[in-house]
Design a protein around this ligand. Structure first.
Ligand code: NIG
Ligand code: FE
Length: 413
């Protein structure tokens, strides 16, 4: 199957140096080619060039980009998009100034999502999650990581991970699964956190590994959730089973989460609203990708991660949506890029690199995804004509994404 796209005003995100992530000043560099054509063959990028070099190329399908731009698909490396129902009641409670405890009593919080998930069948959970997957695909996401963590019992964690596997098998998006049994202490273990950690290490992790249901392990390492010691224990147990870490760290406090993540060779440490100098230092030279989730800071009205200081210190950062019912009920990666520019002073080029190549890195996928590179999987979208790449983040509500292609095939538009 050969797909030819003609009349592209600009191909954005061309990467030909073989780098698997970009850091520091390089984050502002985006490879581009103007007035171009592009060929995808058998689902991979096969060739591109300037329109004046387009000879007679045989193709099964020809698409006219009509002066729009072509971007590599977003790689959203942190979501919780498998969940039951929604939590807008909690949204209202927050507006009315209720405390965390009051909200939890009235049906908010992770534990209440776990109760609802428990009552929801695997088929229903799959149907609800698939609506969200279709929604993010139409908004330009081509690779997505999805976490468990609303199960909090062995049976329900496995149920969530089986739903993720079913999604993975039924969509052309590239899906990665993360086991997040240590998202909160289950109700049944209230006051017995150590025993819950034992359950995660001794029962849940082996069961998840035995069925091959997860690529990664996650822990909510933060004040009021899991400690640095508990996190290290879980990550070590997971490592023995072949699962690398991607952890929630430093959302609520300077928790030590960044340091334990780096020490355990986590693939990413995510959130990072609370960062000091030492945390930035710890990440320098590490393989761990700091991943920022400005949609959560926006929705919760919290302070944003210090993206500028991190990039200026030479770090690479990834951007992800954190799509979940409690702190970020949106998987719109374009909005995430706009927030990164508006609230974290990242340039639109830095944001695009963070949401594509570095997001792919944070899922271990950047050899095959995250840029327009010959041989990589042809996941891309075409926009309406735009005056500049900055316009994409600036006109943040204008529906600019016109056509979406995954594995070299047209999905929608
Ligand atoms: O990434 N911070 C921890 N977990 C989620 C929120 C989960 C929820 O409230 O349901 C997050 O923001
Ligand atoms: Fe999260």
């Amino acid at each position: 199957m050969r797909l030819l796209v003609k009349n592209i005003a600009r191909i954005v995100g061309i990467e030909s140096t073989g780098r698997l992530r970009c850091c520091g000043a390089d984050m502002n560099k985006l490879g581009m080619l103007d007035d171009a054509w592009l060929l995808a063959e058998d689902g991979r990028f096969a060739a591109f060039g300037r329109m004046d070099s387009l000879g007679d190329i045989a193709a099964d399908e020809v698409v006219d980009a009509a002066g729009g731009m072509l971007f590599p698909s977003f790689c959203d490396s942190h979501t919780h998009l498998v969940y039951a129902g929604s939590r807008e009641r909690e949204f209202l409670d927050k507006i009315n100034g209720l405390s965390y405890e009051e909200i939890a009593r009235r049906g908010g919080g992770i534990l209440n999502s776990a109760d609802r998930l428990h009552e929801t069948s695997e088929d229903e959970l799959y149907a609800q999650a698939m609506e969200r997957v279709r929604e993010i695909a139409a908004m330009g996401t081509g690779c997505v990581e999805i976490k468990s963590g609303y199960g909090l019992s062995t049976g329900d964690e496995l149920k969530m991970l089986r739903v993720i596997r079913r999604i993975r098998e039924s969509v052309p998006l590239e899906v990665r699964a993360t086991f997040l049994g240590a998202h909160a202490v289950a109700r049944a273990y209230r006051g017995r956190q150590g025993e819950y950690v034992d359950l995660v290490c001794n029962e849940m992790l082996p069961a998840v590994a035995a069925e091959g249901l997860a690529d990664f392990v996650d822990v909510f390492c933060d004040e009021g959730f899991f400690t640095v010691e508990e996190t290290a224990r879980i990550l070590k147990a997971a490592r023995k089973l072949g699962l690398r870490a991607k952890i929630h760290a430093n959302e609520l406090a300077v928790s030590g989460g960044v340091q334990v993540g780096v020490a355990c060779d986590a693939l990413s440490v995510d959130h990072l609203e609370r960062m000091g100098r030492e945390e930035i230092e710890a990440l320098r030279g590490a393989a761990t990708m700091p991943t920022l989730l400005p949609g959560a800071a926006f929705f919760l009205g919290m302070s944003y991660p210090p993206a500028r200081a991190m990039i200026d210190a030479g770090l690479g950062v990834a951007l992800a949506s954190d799509y979940n019912p409690g702190s970020s009920p949106s998987g719109n990666m374009r909005m995430v890029c706009s927030l990164a520019s508006i609230r974290m002073k990242m340039t639109p080029a830095e944001a695009i690199n963070a949401a594509t190549l570095n997001g792919a890195y944070a899922m271990g996928l950047s050899r095959d995804y995250g840029s327009v590179t010959l041989g990589k999987v042809a996941n891309f979208f075409i926009t309406k004509p735009m005056p500049s790449i900055e316009f994409f983040s600036y006109a943040y509500q204008t529906p600019l994404i016109r056509q979406v292609f995954l594995r070299g095939r047209k999905m929608c538009g």
